[in-house]
Design a protein around this ligand. Structure first.
Ligand code: AMP
Length: 147
């Protein structure tokens, strides 16, 4: 059995996400692992509707901001060859949702950037730090110091 069977790539749609995505893709190829993608929405207000926290990527919500975020995720998923059913968009706090999805989907490696939209270039970002400390599986933080 190979070391990793299911790799979860966490993206925040920041400009250096491609560096993280490339590494996750390479690892998935190397280990012939399933590759999943998660983007947690913490930057636009959740509409006051009956939405659950897991957002359907196939139905049109009629909510412009949400559709714009979905388009970003779909673009990244397509670019990195992540199967449609392995793309996740969830409302909530990134660190919690990443960890929860990883447990639910039996992920054995989470790949995050060392910082993202909120990070300072010389510090391990708060999402990366939290995932590293609380995940039950392996976590790889891709160094983004010069990104
Ligand atoms: P940060 O801790 O915000 O500086 O981000 C570090 C890394 O955590 C990013 O490079 C992403 O891999 C991941 N991350 C941060 N925010 C999100 C998010 N909203 N959804 C998915 N992954 C995220």
């Amino acid at each position: 059995m190979s070391a990793y069977q299911h790799i979860l790539l966490a993206v925040d749609c920041s400009e250096h996400g491609a560096i993280v995505a490339r590494r996750a893709k390479d690892l998935a190829k190397k280990y012939q692992a399933k590759l999943s993608l998660i983007y947690v929405l913490d930057n636009i207000p959740m509409p006051d509707t009956t939405y659950g926290t897991v957002i359907s990527l196939v139905e049109d919500s009629g909510y412009e901001l949400l559709e714009a975020e979905k388009a970003k995720l779909m673009q990244i998923g397509g670019q990195w060859g992540v199967d449609q059913e392995n793309r996740w968009m969830i409302w909530g706090a990134p660190k919690q949702e990443i960890i929860q999805l990883a447990e639910r989907e039996q992920v054995d490696l989470i790949v995050v950037g060392s910082h993202g939209r909120h990070g300072l270039s010389l510090l391990l970002g708060s999402t990366a730090n939290s995932v590293l400390h609380h995940a039950k599986c392996d976590v790889m933080a891709i160094r983004l110091l010069n990104a």
